[in-house]
Write a protein that binds this ligand. Structure first.
Ligand SMILES: Cc1cc2nc3c(=O)[nH]c(=O)nc-3n(C[C@H](O)[C@H](O)[C@H](O)COP(=O)(O)O)c2cc1C
Length: 191
């Protein structure tokens, strides 16, 4: 049965809320940024938190990584997810900014596994050329893992546009939601 625009939007909020608490299709998303020489760059990230009002997502990253420099210079980003079980493609567009709220940084840091926390103590910036993969493990500082180190960056994406493509439906359904002063305005699109 075809869903209404509003039902699609509510389903998107539900799926994103679910994605940050349980491994589900949108827990991992592809994040695109734009490099300094206007080239698109994609990578996988883990959604760590989601809030529907205002719509925003959080992910963690190493402050030394290329994406942090890219998003500082050009905050426009796009995220893409694919829910294979329900045949849904979700595209989110918005602006990224670094979050320095102490309590939130601590709270998210505490949810990381020790092995993930350890990565932020590496003396090697992400993308450093190594002689061999094992070299990345050498020289890790045995710093306290209680507090987030400087390299631990929290990035918030304020979502401004959402696009859903449902290829389980016949005919396929494609719609977009644009953030306006009074809320989200949805409309159907040709696919
Ligand atoms: C399953 C998976 C999850 C990942 N999650 C993250 C993440 O949450 N944050 C992150 O910075 N990198 C994550 N990565 C690594 C990135 O995809 C990327 O390789 C790395 O951050 C370097 O990206 P950059 O050079 O564009 O900054 C993940 C990779 C995989 C395969």
């Amino acid at each position: 049965m075809a869903l209404s625009l509003d039902a699609h939007l509510q389903a998107i909020w539900q799926k994103l809320t679910h994605a940050v608490s349980t491994r589900s299709p949108f827990t991992l998303m592809q994040l695109a940024s734009v490099t300094g020489n206007a080239q698109p760059k994609l990578r996988t990230i883990v959604l760590r938190d989601f809030s529907p009002a205002p719509a925003s997502l959080l992910f963690t990253t190493d402050a030394r990584s290329a994406k942090v420099q890219e998003m500082r210079a050009n905050p426009h980003v796009s995220l893409l997810g694919w829910d294979a079980e329900n045949s849904l493609q979700l595209r989110l567009e918005g602006e990224a900014c670094r979050v320095d709220e102490r309590e939130l940084r601590h709270a998210i840091w505490q949810t990381l596994r020790p092995s993930a926390q350890q990565l932020f103590h590496s003396p090697y910036s992400p993308g450093t050329i190594l002689d061999a993969p094992e070299a990345a493990c050498a020289g890790h500082a045995s710093a306290s893992l209680t507090d987030p180190p400087e390299n631990f960056a929290l990035i918030r994406i304020i979502v401004k546009r959402i696009e859903l493509l449902d290829v389980s439906a016949d005919p396929h359904q494609r719609c977009e939601f644009l953030l306006q002063a009074h809320g989200w305005a949805g409309r159907w699109l040709a696919h």
